[in-house]
Design a protein around this ligand. Structure first.
Ligand SMILES: NC(=O)c1ccc[n+]([C@@H]2O[C@H](COP(=O)([O-])OP(=O)(O)OC[C@H]3O[C@@H](n4cnc5c(N)ncnc54)[C@H](O)[C@@H]3O)[C@@H](O)[C@H]2O)c1
Length: 258
């Protein structure tokens, strides 16, 4: 079987990790990098472009992996899809309008795409277990903890987890509001009756705790990514899977049959 030709969008922390991983993975062949904020040149010994249409015109890529910024992902995805290249997107903070546009484009062009807020398999299981527990508890809160360079809050994983939990019980959780909040925001943000708290500290990578509360008991489901390598097996699985699909898949849980 031919190698899958892979472009990488984003040359930040995830881009560095991906450059190393893709080059070392059998059956995958890195062809180049895209970064909207970088000067054109070379990255990890391969061409680096900041203009997606020109990149896809010059380099044939089967799949583009995007870990960049939500302001850039739609431009990148549009150029990739026009060139018949399948996007595997990990960038967070994407809006619903972009996702429905992508779904329609994939349908119209018979092209696969994957968007996942979290590519760490343990995190996907954490979300799956939280969804299962959601039916049995009326109260739940999410604490997500990330490194201090993360641009968006709350994390995409926290938002998706909350949506899955709410959908599983077909209604909002009971949201506890303090009578007196002496520091505004102390109870966190709120979605679907779930309080969501974002911690940003140097030394952290990506962590999340979902705490359910019931009569005389709590249930805590916690996942920790202690390094960016935790995301790599999920990304590689998505790159291989996206070659076999002709629709948009949102979430790794679908790829893993959860
Ligand atoms: N889905 C997952 O499993 C997962 C895991 C880790 C990170 N992420 C997400 O991936 C993204 C990148 O994470 P990172 O840690 O590598 O970040 P980073 O800040 O280290 O790198 C961001 C990259 O995006 C580029 N960029 C930033 N703003 C841009 C803009 N306006 N236009 C064009 N390019 C722009 C930067 O030049 C850089 O190459 C973030 O959205 C993060 O939340 C997702």
């Amino acid at each position: 079987m031919d190698n899958i030709r892979v472009a990488i969008s984003g040359t930040g922390r995830m881009g560095h990790q991906l450059a190393e991983t893709i080059a070392a993975t059998e059956g995958l062949e890195p062809v180049g990098f895209l970064d909207g904020l970088a000067a054109p040149g070379e990255f990890a010994g391969l061409p680096l472009h900041n203009e997606p249409a020109a990149f896809f015109g010059q380099h044939q890529a089967d799949v583009v992996i995007d870990f960049s910024n939500a302001a850039w992902t739609p431009t990148l995805a549009s150029a990739a899809i026009a060139a018949g290249c399948r996007p595997v997107i990990g960038t967070t903070g994407l809006d619903a309008a972009f996702l429905s546009w992508l779904e329609q484009e994939c349908r119209d062009r018979n092209l696969g795409a994957v968007v996942a807020a979290n590519f760490a398999i343990g995190a996907v299981l954490m979300m799956h277990f939280a969804r299962q527990a959601a039916r049995f508890f009326d109260s739940a809160e999410i604490i997500e903890l990330h490194h201090d360079q993360k641009v968006d809050s709350p994390s995409g994983t926290a938002r998706v987890t909350a949506e899955l939990m709410r959908a599983a019980r077909e209604g909002d959780f009971a949201h506890n509001v303090s009578d007196i909040e002496t520091l505004p925001g102390a109870r966190g943000a709120e979605t679907g009756g779930i309080a969501v708290h974002s911690v940003r500290l140097p030394g952290l990578v990506a962590h999340q705790e979902v705490i359910f509360g019931g009569l005389g008991q709590t249930l805590t489901i916690r996942h920790d990514s202690t390094g960016r390598d935790s995301f790599m097996p999920g990304v590689i699985a998505a790159v291989r899977a996206v070659m076999q699909t002709n629709r948009l898949t949102v979430g790794l849980d679908r790829l893993f049959g959860l």
